[in-house]
Design a protein around this ligand. Structure first.
Ligand SMILES: [Ca+2]
Ligand SMILES: [Ca+2]
Ligand SMILES: [Ca+2]
Ligand SMILES: [Ca+2]
Ligand SMILES: [Zn+2]
Length: 579
């Protein structure tokens, strides 16, 4: 009977389509991109294989009804996730930046695969919580793999928007004219145009120099004037940029393009915000994007207040280590080193929730470099990252390393408006995405940097310094909280703006009366910053790589408990017995 059942099952398996994706967590392959269904299958498999170390939940549904998944990784046997310092990581808030999802997926896999094998990871999964949301803009990332849309389409959330104010939303999308499954470029022969064929490579169309003879006029992405208004592809799906839709210094569309009708108007933004509001234990957030090789922090604009010095020190310490763990990437300030943005995620995290955060721009132009020692020098500062390869160099890379698969050669097409044109150009998976053979290093280095950052979240221990009989029935109790992580238990900004309550250092005991208490300013002279009311509870915080000492004056005797509790560092307790 059993054998018959097995044979039957085998028969079913054999009948399954050969292309069906089966997750094999033991032998995961990382030099490939995973599409929406595959990412979900990997998340489900990780949860099924490690139910005690993971929680898989949908934070909400997207505009097109897809779940926005969050995988929490922590060892539940060592305590609830909310009682541990949390590190948040998400990807594909811009849906076309698909390698951001792969980093998140790899991070989760690394934490689970190495749990019990690598001591650092075991300890982190026991003592910290990782919140991983691989696909924030889940609709556009899913469509990146299925629609012919190409790279340009997937940044926006799928929120209908009337780009050209004609009363219709999304009525003139790109069109796959030649039915090859791709949206490429269009060009038409025109001696009065703007471009010519590159003499070095006939596939490349370059701008003419002043006075040169033109050969081509560029017509933009493949498409038609669907609504007959005299413009081609003027109202493509969206536009709402999920990373301009957050509630700190949000600006309307005429200041910040793509910001949405109001903050948190997109489902993905709102779903992640609700989750983070409910998880004040999160200390650090990574928001993965896809181009430039950068760890970006705020301020993002001149409107944004500058950071207090204590927080800059923390950021500098973390960012400089990032530059070592991921060589070539730069730790930068987004508003001054890059460009102005309003209403983006990392600023909201820092300014409104008191969470340190980086936008990580994953890939570098040098990923697709075709250049040797003797070739022309690199960027102005001599660094590879600052100079993108020229289009001719990209073609040489394409030929030498990708067998020419990155580019579709120009082909003639009869266009109803433009007449005889040519369609061709760079394919979807080649713009700002590393070729798959380069993915594993990008994923591993960036995931390991998240893991290192988690080691620098508040790492608290509690010490009893001692008790002393002062005579007259009074006793002195001293205790110390030690933070071995670089991050303070509360950021300087969070303390200064009362974003979260201060942590509480408390002394409790049935047989005790606490007469005085406060932070110990000088241990030798016994100077104390006294708490005016309820001296048993001393509100405070502990800086990174630092200690906080408190002192209480009590009468009575018996068992007592000293506790340090904070939103971002969990709770530590120690018992004492007063004679
Ligand atoms: Ca319209
Ligand atoms: Ca096409
Ligand atoms: Ca049109
Ligand atoms: Ca169109
Ligand atoms: Zn982006």
């Amino acid at each position: 009977m059993k054998r018959a059942l097995c044979a039957c099952l085998l028969g079913l398996l054999a009948a399954a389509p050969a292309t069906a994706f089966e997750v094999d967590l033991e032998h995961m392959i990382w030099d490939r991109y995973y599409d929406h269904d595959e990412v979900v299958a990997v998340l489900e498999a990780m949860h099924a294989a490690h139910p005690e170390l993971t929680r898989l939940e949908s934070l909400g549904r997207s505009e097109e009804g897809r779940d926005i998944w969050c995988l929490t990784v922590t060892n539940r046997r060592t305590g609830a996730d909310t009682q541990k310092p949390g590190v948040y990581a998400d990807g594909a808030i811009h849906g076309n930046e698909i390698q951001a999802t792969e980093v998140c997926l790899y991070l989760a896999w690394q934490l689970l695969d190495k749990y019990g094998e690598w001591d650092r990871i075991t300890e982190l999964v026991d003592t910290r919580a990782f919140y991983i949301v691989p696909m924030v803009n889940v609709d556009s990332r899913a469509r990146f793999f299925t629609d012919p849309g190409g790279f340009d389409i997937g940044r926006s959330a799928r929120v209908p928007h009337d780009d050209d104010r004609d009363g219709l939303c999304d009525e003139d999308d790109y069109d796959d004219l030649d039915g090859d499954g791709r949206i490429l470029q269009m060009r038409v022969r025109d001696p009065y145009g703007t471009h010519k064929t590159d003499p070095e490579d006939p596939r490349v169309t370059v701008a003419i120099e002043p006075g040169e003879q033109a050969e081509w006029r560029l017509l933009g992405r493949e498409g038609l004037d669907n609504d007959g208004d005299g413009r081609v592809n003027e109202d493509t799906p969206g536009f709402l940029d999920l990373n301009r839709n957050w509630g700190f210094l949000w600006q309307p569309g005429y200041v910040q393009e793509g910001s949405g009708d109001y903050p948190f108007s997109a489902r993905g933004t709102r779903a992640v915000a609700d989750f983070l509001w409910a998880h004040p234990n999160v200390c650090f957030g990574f928001n993965f994007h896809n181009y430039g090789g950068m760890f970006l922090r705020g301020p993002g604009s001149a409107l944004s207040p500058s950071l207090p010095p204590g927080d800059i020190k923390v950021y500098d310490f973390l960012g400089e280590e990032g530059e070592r763990i991921v060589p070539g990437y730069r730790y930068l300030v987004s508003g001054t080193d890059l460009y102005t943005t309003h209403g983006d995620f990392d600023e909201w995290l820092y300014q409104c929730l008191g969470v340190y955060a980086f936008v990580t721009e994953l890939s570098m132009g040098s990923d697709a470099a075709y250049r040797g020692h003797g070739d022309e020098p690199n960027g102005e500062d001599g660094e590879l990252w600052s100079r993108r390869p020229t289009l001719v160099e990209r073609q040489k890379f394409n030929d030498a390393l990708m067998a020419g698969e990155m580019f579709s050669d120009w082909k003639p097409f009869r266009h109803p408006t433009y007449g005889d044109i040519e369609i061709g150009g760079w394919r979807t998976f080649t713009t700002r995405l590393p070729p798959e053979f380069l993915l594993p290093q990008t994923l591993h280095r960036n995931a390991m940097y998240v893991i290192w950052t988690a080691t620098q979240a508040p790492r608290l221990s509690l010490e009893i310094i001692g008790t002393q009989d002062l005579g007259g029935g009074l006793k002195r109790v001293r205790a110390r909280a030690v933070n071995a992580g670089a991050m303070p238990t509360l950021s300087e900004h969070a303390r200064g703006k009362s974003i979260l309550p201060l942590d509480a250092f408390t002394l409790e005991g049935d047989g005790l009366t606490v007469h005085g208490g406060g932070v110990l300013l000088d241990r030798d002279f016994g100077t104390v910053d006294p708490v005016r009311h309820h001296p048993a509870r001393v509100p405070t915080w502990v800086d990174g790589f630092s200690t906080r000492e408190v002192q209480w004056i009590v009468s009575g005797s018996g068992k007592a408990r000293i506790t340090y509790a904070g939103a971002k560092c969990g709770t530590r307790s120690a018992d004492i017995n007063l004679p």
